[in-house]
Design a protein around this ligand. Structure first.
Ligand code: SF4
Length: 196
């Protein structure tokens, strides 16, 4: 899909849309936008690969449970004004898909911060919502399960087996069709593969 149509689809749903050639370009943009803010970061390999949290912490308060694990950090994150995350998949028709185990990431993209930045590598972009849901379940979730070293069948099968394992990381699947009322959302599409 052309950039122009992608922009039109997401803007039509109330998202701000920007395109970047690289993660580095996107990181520079985000750092230039945020000063003196309280920023929380979701569990995101994309954000980790970009190294943004460290850069933002020079002029902002950054709360990230991947740097300081624990429930206390997750609760502190709920006070943040800004939330940075990626998605498991983006549908070019204008929807975002995230699967969560703890619920912290999906809940903060729905309510709490003034603004959410979604950072999305080209590997996450799917033509439509069914293919985005399929990607989230059969590509992103098995890779995240492997990263988290949980004992779930998708780790060996390489696709979702709709398990009932105690370690099941798929507890909620959220489709963001429009930003929640009272919340700004910016979608940053990056012409690079980033995250899972
Ligand atoms: S439901 Fe279970 S098998 Fe399917 S992706 Fe999630 S953790 Fe893996």
């Amino acid at each position: 899909m052309e950039q122009e149509q992608l922009k039109k689809n997401f803007e039509g749903h109330g998202f701000h849309v920007l395109f970047f050639r690289s993660g580095e370009e996107a990181a520079e943009y985000i750092v230039s936008q945020l000063k003196g803010r309280k920023i929380a970061v979701g569990g995101s390999v994309t954000v980790q690969e970009m190294g943004i949290a460290q850069r933002l912490s020079q002029e902002n308060e950054v709360i990230w449970h991947w740097e300081k694990p624990g429930r206390e950090t997750l609760l502190q994150a709920r006070e943040a004004q800004i939330y940075l995350t990626s998605v498991n998949a983006a549908a070019a028709t204008g929807q975002l898909v995230n699967i969560d185990g703890t619920g912290n990431r999906v809940s903060q993209t729905l309510f709490g911060p003034e603004k959410v930045y979604y950072i999305i590598g080209k590997n996450k972009l799917c033509p439509d919502l069914p293919s985005a849901l399929d990607r989230a379940k059969n590509v992103a979730a098995p890779k995240n399960a492997a990263r988290l070293k949980v004992q779930t069948p998708c780790v060996t099968a390489g696709k979702c087996m709709d398990c009932s394992s105690p370690g099941r990381i798929c507890r909620s699947t959220v489709i963001i069709e429009r930003p929640s009322m009272g919340m700004e959302a910016e979608v940053l599409f990056i012409d690079e593969n980033l995250g899972y």
